[in-house]
Design a protein around this ligand. Structure first.
Ligand code: HEM
Length: 196
């Protein structure tokens, strides 16, 4: 009589072939979740090591341009031309942002700024641009103007300066005598009107 439970235990263990390793994994939701995570991670490692990874083609070096432009002239440089050049104006200065065409070029998150004066959008933290002929920004408050200047400083750090954004009737500067590397590094509006 005393040996009966022992026999029963042995019977139970041997009579459950389903308690295999796989069954145990699939039976517990936690184990199942962990298994899924491991499979996904292994898949990602293999894909990045052996799979085809898309690498953005390097932006071809374009000849530097040094030129003042009107809003209408600037508009052509939105990255849709064959050379893919993208220019953006900030606080009255035009920058060559072709290096950042993944931001400002066609399809980029800030494509609305490509070939445009981005000052107002940057100042108001809104990804929009106007088709105004010239935006003098005179209605922006001092905080917004501070923000425009900070953005200008960032653009000066990162991108090549092309020239000034011309107001209607304003004459372009002749840069032909300028040293190739010489650029104005002061953070200020071309007419310094907003610097007070
Ligand atoms: C949820 C909102 C936003 C997120 C998550 C976001 C995210 C980012 C990130 C991650 C970058 C850096 C990209 C990089 O250097 O690789 C960036 C850059 C930038 N963002 Fe945004 N952004 C947001 C909203 C905005 C808005 C509203 C504006 C403009 C009004 C803006 C303008 C810019 C500009 C101009 C850059 C610099 C690109 C460059 O380096 O030339 N962003 N943003």
């Amino acid at each position: 009589m005393a040996s009966a439970p022992e026999t029963k235990t042995i019977e139970t263990e041997t009579a459950t072939p389903n308690s295999s390793f796989i069954y145990e994994i699939l039976y517990s939701p936690v184990n199942l979740l962990l298994t899924v995570i491991i499979v996904v991670l292994v898949y990602k490692i293999f894909r990045s090591k052996f799979g085809k990874v898309y690498v953005e083609p390097p932006t071809p070096e374009l000849p530097k341009i040094r030129k003042d432009m009107t809003v209408a002239e600037l508009r052509q440089y939105d990255g849709t031309q064959t050379d893919g050049r993208v220019l953006v104006a900030v606080n009255g200065w035009i920058f060559d942002v072709t290096r950042g065409r993944r931001f400002y070029g066609p399809g980029g998150p800030y494509a609305v700024f490509g070939g445009k004066d981005a000052s107002r959008g940057l100042a108001t933290f809104s990804v929009t641009s106007t088709d105004k002929e010239y935006d003098d920004l005179s209605d922006l408050n001092s905080m917004q103007m501070e923000s425009v200047k900070e953005w200008e400083a960032q653009f000066r750090e990162k991108y090549d300066l092309v020239g000034r954004l011309l107001k209607p009737g304003e004459e372009p500067t002749n840069y032909s005598d300028e040293e190739p590397e010489e650029t104005d590094n002061s953070t200020s509006s071309p007419d310094d009107k907003k610097d007070q």
